[in-house]
Design a protein around this ligand. Structure first.
Ligand SMILES: NC(=O)c1ccc[n+]([C@@H]2O[C@H](COP(=O)([O-])OP(=O)(O)OC[C@H]3O[C@@H](n4cnc5c(N)ncnc54)[C@H](O)[C@@H]3O)[C@@H](O)[C@H]2O)c1
Length: 245
């Protein structure tokens, strides 16, 4: 455990992101949790809560992202890890989706992740090695019907992660796109409610026989930002319980 390591986790106000923040804090990171809203139950009973600092920032606003990292740069020497968990889901095919839903999805899921990476890079490259893990989705690899904006926004995250790995590998920055399948979070709970299906029904086609948990993804993130993954970069890691799409 290294007390001096620092990490930014975006979308850390709930769901997968808050679990990742807790896990990295338990790993010894000082964690800056970026989100617009922090759920009351995000870090209940967390023994490492004192290592997590909440930073309110709109990740759909690139200038706000820039300011947040500039402010952070005034407080810390360098950054060891960035984990982007921020994301929104808007449903609809090309004729059903509103213009606003298209722009919102791209603004948060793609542009927000891009700018978080871009603004973090000067701090990340101050270390000999550092790591970025960006949550895309298995739908960014194989699109799901009726989610054109979300699918496209996540394919872009896969691509921009590979570009960053190519461009900054020599400066010690490793970059991985993480593609989860079904993970039980507020985002998926809403989908279950909207479609009137149960968790058991969602689990039926999943080869491993269960819906994933945020802790499953947090364990993978812990590995990806840690020293054991020092030759892992430029790729996508699927965490789907064996589901292909
Ligand atoms: N849950 C799944 O099954 C699943 C599957 C594949 C990919 N993902 C991806 O994993 C990531 C986390 O998803 P989740 O299920 O935990 O979702 P979630 O909705 O529970 O959490 C997303 C977080 O992002 C924050 N956020 C949204 N817009 C923001 C903005 N403009 N500024 C700041 N924060 C903002 C929300 O407040 C929330 O805390 C997302 O990128 C999602 O697309 C989730």
């Amino acid at each position: 455990m290294n007390e001096s390591k620092t990490a930014v986790v975006t979308g850390a106000g709930g769901g997968i992101g808050s679990e990742v923040a807790s896990r990295l804090a338990a790993d010894g990171f000082r964690v800056f949790a970026f989100d617009l809203h922090f759920r009351d139950d995000a870090w209940q009973d967390d023994r490492n809560r004192d290592r997590i600092e909440q930073v309110v920032v709109d990740l759909g606003d690139h200038l706000a992202i820039r300011s947040a990292f500039e402010e952070l740069g005034g407080r810390i020497e360098s950054l060891n890890a960035l984990v982007n968990c921020v994301g929104i889901m808007r449903r609809g095919d090309a004729l059903a989706l509103s213009d606003e839903d298209w722009f919102d999805t791209i603004r948060v899921n793609t542009t927000g992740v891009y700018f978080a990476c871009r603004e973090a890079l000067p701090l990340l490259t101050k270390n000999e090695t550092s790591s970025i893990a960006n949550i895309a989705s298995n739908w960014g690899l194989i699109p799901a019907p009726g989610h054109i904006a979300y699918n496209a926004s996540k394919s872009a995250v896969v691509s921009l992660s590979k570009s960053l790995a190519l461009d900054f590998g020599k400066q010690g920055v490793r970059v991985t796109a993480v593609c989860p399948g079904e993970i039980l979070t507020p985002m998926v709970e809403k989908r279950l409610r909207d479609n009137n299906i149960t968790e058991e029904q969602l689990a039926e086609p999943i080869p491993i026989g269960r819906v994933g948990r945020p802790a499953d993804v947090a364990a993978l993130m812990s590995y990806l930002v840690g020293p054991e993954s020092s030759y892992v970069t430029g790729g996508t890691v699927e965490i789907t319980g064996g589901l292909f799409s």
